[in-house]
Design a protein around this ligand. Structure first.
Ligand code: HSE
Length: 306
């Protein structure tokens, strides 16, 4: 096999209470990529469609992740990467993660899997470092492992796959403004009051427990963020109204997807997720904000060959 075409999913990071540690993969939106094994060594980005992004390998997240991979092998081959960029950069649903994770996953396939998934996470994190200044793993981990993931520890890197309840759906609305993750990180406080930390780790435990026991009410009660959302939500148009209307329409919980501006809701069942989508749309139609919207099951497989 010298060439593969893949789908690399969009992801929701943080999932309200789990800043930099929780994430989940989506099914209905993601980047498509073609990766080719060639004789000429090195990594070349040969084509990008859909977005205006750098073709220079060192400036492109997929290129940087691929180089991190190849630095750990003595491969006699090089790789060409084509990206059909369907996730907009700065949208909050893991645009850089999808391209970084997709590149290393595909190269691993083409080389007959010299690395484990956890190693691929490490390489893909280098793409995140280029995009955001910080090598966070909460988007690349669910893209690579599929489903819900927890970064239990960064040093050493320890990723835990979390059970996904069968009826869990996500609705994501992306208002058409761009928020750079680096900017959304720079406004955060570096110290957390103990009273907020207590509420937050209670929710992380509650969410994980709710996912395993398929207790949708517990999942909903746990989708609260006392630390990041109060600061970042002011950057997002009509955030409070979207959240209020989503909950009223039956969402289990609602919060900022990654560093925003996308807003996500988790729902029990597709019908509920579609109702929530209508409620979100109504808010932005009234306010006059352009958007796209996605309703998706949690993607348990992660990246796949097309
Ligand atoms: N955990 C990261 C952040 C995710 O919120 O900054 C970025 O998608």
């Amino acid at each position: 096999m010298n060439e593969i075409k893949i789908f690399s999913p969009a992801t929701i990071a943080n999932v309200s209470c789990g800043f930099d540690v929780l994430g989940l993969a989506l099914d209905t939106v993601g980047d498509e990529m073609i990766i080719r094994k060639v004789k000429q060594k090195g990594v070349r980005i040969t084509k990008i469609i859909g977005q205006d992004l750098p073709l220079e390998t060192h400036k492109n997240v997929a290129g940087v992740a691929a180089l991190a991979f190849l630095a750990k092998t003595d491969s006699e081959f090089g790789f060409e990467i084509e990206i059909d960029k369907q996730i907009k950069p700065g949208s909050g649903i893991g645009s850089s993660a999808a391209s970084s994770a997709g590149a290393v996953w595909a190269i691993n396939e083409l080389l007959e899997k010299p690395f484990k998934t956890i190693d691929l996470v490490r390489f893909a994190m280098e793409g995140e470092r280029l995009a955001t200044g910080v090598a966070h793993a909460d988007n690349v981990a669910p893209a690579l492992f599929g489903g819900f993931t927890l970064v239990r520890s960064y040093e050493p890197l320890d990723i835990v796959s979390i059970h996904t309840p069968r009826e869990l759906f996500a609705t994501v609305i992306h208002p058409h403004i761009e928020i750079k993750t680096s900017d959304a990180r720079n406004i955060l406080k570096t110290k957390v009051p103990l009273k907020d930390a207590i509420k937050q780790w209670g929710n992380v435990g509650g969410l994980i427990s709710g996912l395993y026991t398929e207790d949708y009410d517990l999942i909903g009660r746990s989708l609260e963020d006392y630390i990041i959302e109060p600061i970042r939500s002011i950057l997002i148009p009509a955030f409070d109204a979207v959240k209020k209307q989503s909950l009223k329409a039956g969402a289990l919980g609602c919060g900022i997807s990654g560093s925003g501006p996308s807003i996500f809701a988790l729902c029990k069942g597709e019908e509920s997720a579609l109702n929530v989508a209508e409620a979100m749309k109504l808010v932005y139609n009234k306010v006059g904000v352009d958007y796209d919207i996605h309703v998706s099951k949690v993607n348990k497989k992660g990246i796949k060959i097309l």
